[in-house]
Design a binder for this molecule. Structure first.
Ligand code: GUN
Length: 306
C-alpha cells in the first residue's frame, strides 16, 4: 500500500510551531492582522475564506473579511486595497481569486503592498521567488514543498512533472521544485502525449482542475503523487464511474449531494503510487497553514522581530 501524505497532520504541526511566534508578537502588543477581500459570490471561494478566517481565530491572529459586491469596479477595489496598505494593524492582505470578470486582476495584485502580500502574487515577490531571494511564497506551492520535506521525500536529482501552468500553483511550484534541485517539466493542455511525459515523473504534481483526469497510464509505479485538484462532483453517475460504484462514496453523495475528487484517478493512484496526497485532506489544509505562516512572518518583519 502506498504511503498517504496526510496534509492535516502537517498542517497541525505547522500551526503548532506558529503558536509561540504569535504569542511573542502579541506580548509586544503586535497581534498579527490579516485582511481577506472576497468580492462577489463564489461558493468555493466563500468556503476557502471561511477556513482562512477560522484558522486565524484558532491561532489568535486578528482577521477581517471584506465582502464587496459582485458589481465592484477595479477602481473601487483598488481603493479598498490602498486603505488596507495604509493600516498599521494589517500585516497581510489576501484578495481571493478569481475576481469578478470586470475587475482587472493584474492591477489589483500589483496594488497590494509587497510587504503585506501574504499570497506571494505581487510581481516583486514572484521575482524574489525566481531569484531565490527571501519573501513570501505562494501558499499552495509552499505547502507542497513543506509536505514533501516533512515526509522526507527526496527532491534533489528527481524527475518532477507539474501538470498545469497557473500563476497560483503550476508556475511557482515549478520554481520551488527547481530550487530543491529537481529536474522539472511543466505540462499543460497543449503538451503532446501527456501520459508518456507524466510516466517519467518520480514526483507528479497535478494542478489542472479536471476531475480524475490522470489515470493509471499517467502513473509509473512508485511515483509520489501530489494532487492539487479539488473538483466538486454533483452528478451521481459520475461519482459511480470515478469511484467504481463504491458504496461509501455513493452514500456520501446521497447525503451531501456532492463528492470531492482530485485531478488524479482516486483508485488508480492507490494501485500505482509509492506515496500520494488524498483528496480531501492532502494539499488543501496546507494552503491555509502556509497562509498563516506568511502572515506571521510578515508581522514579524513589520515589527522588526526578524
Ligand atoms: N484562489 C484559489 N487559491 C487561491 C490562493 O491561494 N490565494 C488567493 N488569493 N486566491 C486563491
Amino acid at each position: 500500500m502506498p504511503e498517504i501524505l496526510d496534509g492535516k497532520r502537517v498542517r497541525d504541526e505547522i500551526l503548532n510551531e506558529l503558536k509561540p511566534r504569535v504569542a511573542a508578537l502579541t506580548q509586544r502588543g503586535r497581534v498579527p492582522g490579516l485582511a481577506v477581500v472576497l468580492a462577489g459570490h463564489n461558493p468555493a471561494s466563500e468556503i476557502y475564506v471561511r477556513n482562512k478566517v477560522k484558522a486565524c481565530q484558532d491561532l489568535g491572529i486578528h482577521s477581517e473579511a471584506l465582502t464587496p459586491p459582485d458589481s465592484i469596479s477595479t477602481d473601487e477595489l483598488l481603493q479598498i486595497v490602498e486603505q488596507l496598505n495604509a493600516r498599521h494593524d494589517i500585516d497581510g492582505i489576501l484578495v481571493q481569486l478569481p475576481l469578478p470578470p470586470q475587475v482587472d486582476t493584474k492591477r489589483i495584485l500589483l496594488a497590494v503592498a509587497p510587504a503585506k502580500d501574504v499570497d506571494g502574487f505581487h510581481p516583486c515577490n514572484v521575482g524574489n521567488l525566481v531569484t531565490g531571494l527571501p519573501g513570501p511564497r505562494a501558499c499552495t506551492p509552499a505547502g507542497i514543498i513543506e509536505l514533501l520535506k516533512r515526509y522526507r521525500i527526496p527532491m534533489a536529482g528527481k524527475r518532477a512533472v507539474v501538470v498545469g501552468r497557473s500563476d497560483i500553483v503550476g508556475k511557482p511550484v515549478d520554481m520551488l521544485l527547481l530550487h530543491e534541485h529537481a529536474t522539472v517539466t511543466i505540462c499543460h493542455s497543449r503538451t503532446p502525449d501527456l501520459a508518456s511525459v507524466c510516466r517519467q515523473a518520480q514526483i507528479l504534481v497535478a494542478a489542472i482542475g479536471r476531475p480524475a483526469m490522470l489515470t493509471a497510464e499517467f502513473l509509473t509505479t512508485g511515483v509520489t503523487v501530489i494532487d492539487v485538484g479539488t473538483n466538486r462532483i454533483d452528478n451521481r453517475a459520475d461519482v459511480a464511474r470515478i469511484f467504481r460504484n463504491s458504496p461509501e462514496k455513493l452514500a456520501s453523495f446521497d447525503k451531501r449531494g456532492r463528492v470531492l475528487v482530485g485531478d488524479v484517478d482516486p483508485l488508480d493512484v492507490v494501485e500505482r503510487a509509492g506515496a500520494y496526497t488524498p483528496v480531501p485532506g492532502g494539499v488543501g489544509p496546507l494552503t491555509v497553514a502556509m497562509l498563516m505562516a506568511n502572515t506571521v512572518a510578515s508581522a514579524e518583519r513589520r515589527a522588526g522581530v526578524c
